[in-house]
Design a protein around this ligand. Structure first.
Ligand code: AVJ
Length: 322
């Protein structure tokens, strides 16, 4: 194989901004206003998220990386020879490097991410370091159907990689739908390797989402700046306070933007009102027990073959076969 890096071509899904606006409006029309967390990740939001990953309070990234470094050899042995690795929400592809170093040389790596520019930069850097693997980045919103760069990806023995506990952002029904899509894309003989944050002391959780430096607050409020810029909204970000709370009954951290005053805002020709202390929900981050998550993966048709965790059992990486 040639040692020169291959050229990296980005497959871009058409930018469905009208669908995006419809999704935003339908969330804001609900009794409890919500905004989908995928809109956090514009260029600046992706940068803020990478800063979150390095915060002392935010344990998930560090813990998952440790698990990857410790057990990537075992993961590769479980996986065996592969067609491709398809990663959902690849971001900076940090954990993927450890994985790709250990896997039995997959023909292709397909990182899928909603933040196109960010994705291309990460893909180029990977292409430098893994010249023998074809890097096929796809800029797409994976919460909607999107085409993989066929026919290069044979529908067999793919490893679907979904790290970061991004699955936690989805309500259980939507998480199940997404796992079914992944089951499909793994193909015959394929598998899923998924990072899942586990239930733990709520104090640890609330600290992770309310950091001292206010990076998570900036990340949360960045959504409003983005909606102003890209969707013509007129939010006053300073009129909102960041809050993250553990909801024990639902087993999730909830991120809110709490209104500091009675206010109205406009988007897409509609006017919305918020009283003081009312809030917009911007993110759920579900935390699972191993048993709960097994129920979900099995309902999607997978069998959980192995679960790797850290010594405190704060985070898990789970290997599931079809
Ligand atoms: C990327 C969804 C895993 O839920 O912990 C980090 C996003 N939000 N801090 C998470 C996030 C606030 C993160 N995920």
């Amino acid at each position: 194989m040639n040692s020169a890096a291959r050229k990296v071509l980005l497959t871009e899904q058409s930018e469905a901004t009208s669908g995006d606006l419809a999704e935003i409006l339908s969330g804001l029309r609900q009794e409890q206003k919500t905004l989908p967390p995928k809109f956090f990740y514009d260029e600046h939001g992706s940068e803020l998220f990478e800063r979150i990953c390095e915060l002392p309070e935010y344990y998930p990234t560090r813990t998952e990386l440790d698990i990857m470094e410790r057990y990537a050899g075992d993961m590769a042995a479980r996986t065996g020879p592969l067609a491709s690795v398809i990663e959902f929400g690849s971001g900076a592809s940090l954990k993927t490097r450890t994985l790709l170093e250990h896997l039995e040389r997959p023909a292709a790596y397909v990182p899928v991410d909603i933040s196109g520019d960010h994705l291309l930069a990460a893909a180029r850097s990977l292409a430098q370091d893994f010249p023998d693997i074809e890097i096929l980045p796809v800029a797409a919103d994976f919460t909607r159907p999107f085409p993989l760069p066929d026919p290069k990806i044979p529908p067999r023995r793919n490893l679907v990689y979904f790290p970061g506990s991004t699955i936690g952002n989805f309500l259980p029904d939507a998480a199940l739908d997404l796992l079914r899509v992944m089951h499909q894309e793994a193909g015959a003989g394929g598998a899923l390797l998924i990072g899942v944050d586990l239930r733990k002391d709520p104090a640890v959780l609330e600290r992770a989402y309310n950091d001292d430096r206010g990076v998570t607050a900036a990340f949360n409020r960045n959504m409003l700046y983005r909606l102003n810029r890209e969707f013509g909204a007129d939010f006053d970000p300073a009129a909102f306070q960041h809050r993250a709370v553990w909801n024990d009954a639902m087993g999730r951290i909830e991120m809110h933007l709490v209104s500091r005053e009675d206010q109205t805002f406009e988007i897409g020709g509609e006017t919305f009102t918020l009283r003081q202390d009312e809030f917009i929900t911007t993110e759920y981050s579900h935390k699972y027990t191993q048993e709960q998550f097994r129920g979900l993966t099995e309902a999607a048709g997978f069998t959980v073959e192995q679960v790797w965790t850290d010594p405190r059992e704060w985070f898990s990486v789970q290997f599931c076969t079809r």
